[in-house]
Design a protein around this ligand. Sequence first.
Ligand code: AHM
Ligand code: MG
Length: 358
Amino acid sequence: MSQASTARSLTRFLIEEKREGRINPDLRLLIEVVARACKTIAVAVGKGALGGVLGDAGTGNGASINVQGEAQKKLDVIANDVLLEANAWGGHLAACASEEMDEPFLIPDAYPRGNYLLLFDPLDGSSNIDVNVSVGTIFSVLVCPGDAQDVDTQSFLQPGTAQVAAGYCIYGPSTMLVLTIGHGTHAFTLDREQGSFVLTQRDMRVPDETREFAVNMSNQRHWEAPMQAYVGDLLAGSEGVRGNDFNTRWIASMVADVHRILTRGGIFIYPWDSRLGTGTDPCKAGKLRLMYEANPMSLLIEQAGGASTNGRERIMDITPTHLHQRVPVFLGSRAEVAMASRYHHEHDMARASRFNDA
Ligand code: AHM
Ligand code: MG
């Protein structure tokens, strides 16, 4: 048999998963629609300056600002529109929520409403667009609780453990879709000539141990004490308590950093930071968004044998109170995530015992 005939397309993979009873027909079709939208976004990203898609969105009156208070790039807006248009009419969704939109987009009355909710960060890492560094789309799928006609913001406020699918598409030297439907994490590479995603890695595994960490070190002075202590010990290398030298990588595209970790291990950290709030306001508890970034990446990482916490608890156990809420993130190689959590637990216990003694 030729290689072409044995290659497993995303479509074939999903049909086989359906035969195994691991995915229902509506979710299968929804994932196909998202994958198709990602191909369209890949084309727009790939055109770069030739497509007139670089730079900030907005009118002559200044940059357009999203609900997160961040300046939108043209490609943020384009990617958001592509995902909405592709998903509006298929009949699988009740509503979409996006990092780029204040409120959920409810499927218009002109189309049938399905039972799924789709959440996405249409173009993650968009500060990298103008310098031609990898960016990506992150998505998460939930089941709509109750009647799809009554869907509202509250319908989305489910913990990450309720996700029925999650994935990202990375627009890098090659375009790859990394997907989980709760039975392992699998990678598909876009065959640009054929226009289809082809399964290139089944059951990705994150190595348990690592000597590589990813964090934006320029924020160090704003971190809390246990994070300072943990990274201090990583930086001390073989001369410190860890007894090993650690390497560092920071792409500033979560999709690209997580893709590296899924491929060769590591720990990705975007911690709480004193400029981001008191920690009691869920909209300011970190930089990354729970629903659009942390939850889908956590499911992908856990399905590949890794771990994901906010330093103190499993991210997917957090019940959201706000659609756009933020969360500190520590995810990747299981043993290293446990080590980072240990610094936080020991710090909290020491503080509690000082408080009790006082
Ligand atoms: P975005 O969704 O607005 O692009 O922001 C999220 C990105 C992540 O991809 C990345 O890990 C992080 O922001 C980088 O932040 P920083 O520039 O502070 O290092
Ligand atoms: Mg993002």
